[in-house]
Design a protein around this ligand. Structure first.
Ligand code: PTT
Ligand code: SF4
Length: 603
C-alpha cells in the first residue's frame, strides 16, 4: 500500500502489552485517516456507555495519508476519544513532531486503552515500545515535562504531554506539544490523565511509503512557493489569526462579559496590533512555512503563544483589556493543559455568577489576579475551581438558580469565540458541530457577514454543510487547513498530493463524500451513546442568544429568533438526509456505505 503504512499500534496500559495491527486498502480509502480512522475505531471497538474516564475508553492519535510528506503544513494529527466532557465523540487537531515521527515509525495511528498502575510515559521508537516510570514527571507543567523529556530524547523527537489539568481530570483538559500546540478541547487531556499517561514520546526513522515520492516532493515544494506568493502572506506572518479580534469587534461578534455583549471597549488593547507590540517571535507546527503562532512576552515576563480564540476568551469574555495579562493567562492554560477557550468560558461564567450573587466567592470582571488563581484552582480542582473543572454545563447544574440560561455551551462543550446573536448560520454551525460547540468544523461567519447576515434562508444550511465537509477533509488528510482556508491555496493541490502519495484517483468530490461519511458516523456515535435520549434540542445554541438581546454596540437589541432558527435546523436536517429528530435515515447511511451503522441505529 502507498500513502499509508497500513499499520495501527495498539497499546494496552493495564497489561503493558502492545501489538501492531494491519489494515487493508479498502479501510484506508473509505476513511482516509485522522478523524475518519478515529471515529470508525471508536464505533467498532468502544463498548456502548463506556465512561469517558474509564480505562476502557480509547485514546487515539491518528495521522492522515498526507502527514509527514514534504508538502504544505503536513505536521498534524488528530487526538480523539469518547469525551468525558460531553459523552459524545470528541477530537482535536494538533501540530506536532509526534505526527511525523509516528508515520516514520511505520504507524498511521496509535490506539491506547487501559490504565497504568502508576504514572508512566510511553516511548515508541520505530518497532519498540517501552512503558517507563513517570514519577519524576507527574505534577510538572507541560513545559517542564517536555523540557525534561527532550534532555533524554533530543530536540527533534515527537512529544505530546499533559500538565496538572489533565492529571487532575479537568473535563476540558487538552493535550499539548511544543510549548503552544494544543489539541483535544473536549477533554482528551483528561482521558490521558485517567490512563495515568503523562506523555507519549515517538521517534521514527523510516521512510513514509509514497507511490511517486519524487514528484510528490516537487509538487509539495511548488505548493510552498504558491503560499509564499499569496498577497496576504506577509500580514499573516505578522498577525496570524490575531487580526480577527478587531474584525469581530467591528462586526459585534466579539464575546464580551460571558457573551452579554458583542463589542468590547478595549478590543484594540487585545488585538493584532497590540500583540505585535509585545511580539518576540513566530512559532508553528512542523513542515509549515506560515508559522502562525505569535509568541509574546507576557505580564510575568515569560513567553506565551497566542491565537485569536484564546485572546477573545481570556480577554473580552472576562473583560480583561490588557494583552500582556491575557497572554499570561494563556500561558497558564498551556502549562496546565487546560483548553484556553473553555477556560475563558468558565471564568466568564464564574464572574457573572459572582456578580449576580449566586456564589459566595468574589471574582470581579477583568481582575487578572483572581482569574489567574482561579485558573490554577481549576487545574488542581480546589474549591470553586473543582466545580468549574467539570465544565460550564455541569457547573450551571450544580449552581442552579437559572444559571443554565447563560451557561454558554452546546452538548456540553463550551462555545468558542463568536457571539452569534446576529449570525444564524454560525449559530447553526456551532449547534451541529460534531464535537459540541466548536468553530473549527464550519467557520461560516465571515461569509455570513456578507450574505444576508440576519437571514435564516435554506442557503445558509447548505453553506454550513459545505463547510463541514470541506473542513472535515483536512481532519482526515492530516494537514493544516490554513493554507487553503486563510491564504487561498488552490484546493486542487490536495487530491493531487493524495494521488501522488497513494497511486489512487481521488478528486475533490470523492474527498467530499468521505467527509460526509465521516460526519454521519460521528453523528451516529453521539446518537448511539445517547441510548434513546437523542433529540433535536441537542442541536440548539445557548438560550442566552434567543432570550437576551445584545446590550451595546451598533447592533444593540439584536438576538436570535427561535422559531426561525428551528426552521433553519429543519432545512439543515432535510439537506443532510436526516429525519426530523436529526437522525441519519437508513437511506442516507446506505448511500454512504454505512449499512452496518444503519442497522445499529435503526434495528
Ligand atoms: C483548537 C482550539 C483553537 S482553534 C485554539 S486557537 W484557533 C485554541 N488554542 C489553544 C492554545 O493555544 N492553548 C490552549 N491551552 N488551549 C487552546 N485551545 C484552543 O484550541 C492550531 C491552529 C489553529 S489556532 C486553528 S483555528 C486551526 N485548526 C485546525 C484544525 O482544527 N484542523 C486542521 N486540519 N488544521 C487546523 N489548523 C489550525 O491550527 P482543537 P495547533 Mg488545535 C496556544 O485543537 O482541539 O481542535 O482546538 O492545534 O497545532 O495548536 O494549531 O484560532
Ligand atoms: Fe500550524 Fe499555523 Fe502552520 Fe497551520 S499555519 S501548520 S496551525 S503553524
Amino acid at each position: 500500500m502507498f500513502g499509508w503504512n497500513g499499520s495501527i499500534l495498539n497499546v494496552d496500559l493495564s497489561k503493558k502489552k502492545w501489538f501492531a495491527e494491519t489494515f487493508d486498502a479498502d479501510f484506508a480509502s473509505t476513511y482516509l485517516g485522522g478523524r475518519g480512522f478515529a471515529v470508525r475505531i471508536l464505533w467498532d471497538r468502544l463498548p456502548l456507555g463506556t465512561d469517558g474516564l474509564s480505562p476502557r475508553n480509547l485514546l487515539i492519535f491518528a495521522t492522515g495519508p498526507l502527514t509527514g510528506f514534504t508538502l504544505p503544513n503536513s505536521g498534524k494529527l488528530v487526538v480523539a476519544s469518547k469525551s468525558p466532557l460531553t459523552g459524545g465523540y470528541g477530537d482535536g487537531n494538533i501540530g506536532t513532531f509526534a505526527a511525523i515521527h509516528m508515520r516514520k515509525a511505520g504507524y498511521d495511528a496509535v490506539v491506547i486503552e487501559g490504565k497504568a498502575d502508576n504514572p508512566i510515559f510511553l516511548v515508541v521508537k520505530d518497532k519498540t515500545v517501552e512503558f517507563l516510570d513517570a514519577a519524576d514527571l507527574w505534577g510538572l507543567t507541560t513545559f517542564e515535562a517536555e523540557a525534561k523529556l527532550r534532555k533524554s530524547y533530543g530536540r527533534a523527537s515527537g512529544i505530546v504531554s499533559i500538565g496538572p489539568g489533565g492529571e487532575n481530570l479537568v473535563k476540558f483538559a487538552c493535550v499539548m506539544s511544543q510549548e503552544g500546540r494544543a489539541g483535544g478541547r473536549p477533554g482528551m487531556g483528561a482521558v490521558m490523565g485517567s490512563k495515568n499517561l503523562k506523555a507519549l514520546v515517538i521517534e521514527g526513522s523510516g521512510a513514509i511509503p509514497a507511490f511517486n515520492s519524487q514528484e510528490l516532493r516537487e509538487q509539495g515544494l511548488a505548493g510552498y512557493r504558491e503560499i509564499l506568493a499569496k498577497p496576504d502572506y506577509a500580514f499573516w506572518k505578522r498577525q496570524g489569526t490575531l487580526g480577527t479580534v478587531e474584525w469581530a469587534n467591528e462586526n459585534s461578534v466579539l464575546p464580551t462579559r460571558n457573551y452579554q455583549k458583542g463589542v468590547f471597549a478595549d478590543a484594540d488593547k487585545i488585538g493584532g496590533y497590540a500583540a505585535e507590540a509585545i511580539k518576540v517571535s513566530n512559532r508553528g507546527c512542523p513542515n509549515c512555512n506560515m508559522t502562525c503562532g505569535n509568541v509574546v512576552k507576557d505580564a510575568e515576563g515569560r513567553e506565551a503563544e497566542l491565537d485569536y480564540e484564546n485572546i477573545a476568551m481570556l480577554g473580552g469574555n472576562i473583560d480583561l483589556g490588557d494583552m500582556a495579562k491575557v497572554s499570561a493567562l494563556n500561558r497558564v492554560a498551556d502549562e496546565m493543559s487546560l483548553d484556553a477557550i473553555s477556560l475563558g468560558n468558565v471564568l466568564g461564567f464564574a464572574m457573572e455568577a459572582s456578580e449576580k450573587g449566586l456564589i459566595k466567592e468574589k471574582i470581579q470582571w477583568g481582575n487578572y489576579g483572581q482569574a489567574k488563581s482561579l485558573s490554577e484552582d481549576i487545574a488542581y480542582r480546589r474549591g470553586l475551581g473543582g466545580i468549574l473543572a467539570e465544565g460550564v454545563h455541569a457547573a450551571a447544574v450544580k449552581i442552579g438558580k437559572g444559571s443554565a440560561d447563560w451557561a454558554m455551551h452546546v452538548k456540553g462543550l463550551e462555545i468558542s469565540a463568536y457571539d452569534c446573536r446576529t449570525a444564524p448560520a454560525m449559530a447553526l454551525a456551532y449547534a451541529t458541530s460534531p464535537i459540541g460547540a466548536h468553530h473549527k468544523d464550519a467557520w461560516v461567519i465571515g461569509w455570513e457577514m456578507q450574505h444576508d447576515r440576519f437571514g435564516y434562508g435554506a442557503e445558509k444550511a447548505a453553506h454550513v454543510i459545505e463547510a463541514q465537509h470541506m473542513r472535515g477533509i483536512f481532519e482526515c488528510l492530516g494537514v493544516c487547513r490554513f493554507p487553503m482556508v486563510n491564504l487561498g491555496l488552490d484546493r486542487e493541490w490536495y487530491p493531487k498530493y493524495l494521488n501522488l502519495a497513494t497511486g489512487q484517483q481521488f478528486t475533490w468530490d470523492t474527498l467530499n463524500l468521505i467527509a460526509e461519511r465521516v460526519f454521519n458516523l460521528m453523528r451516529a456515535f453521539w446518537i448511539r451513546e445517547s441510548r434513546g435520549k437523542w433529540s433535536s434540542e441537542m442541536d440548539v445554541p445557548p438560550a442566552r442568544w434567543f432570550n437576551e438581546p445584545l446590550t451595546s454596540g451598533a447592533l444593540k437589541g439584536a438576538k436570535l429568533d427561535k422559531t426561525k432558527y428551528d426552521g433553519l435546523l429543519e432545512d439543515y436536517y432535510r439537506q443532510r438526509g436526516w429525519n426530523a429528530n436529526g437522525v441519519p435515515t437508513p437511506t442516507t447511511l446506505e448511500k454512504l456505505a454505512l449499512s452496518d451503522v444503519a442497522k445499529q441505529l435503526n434495528p
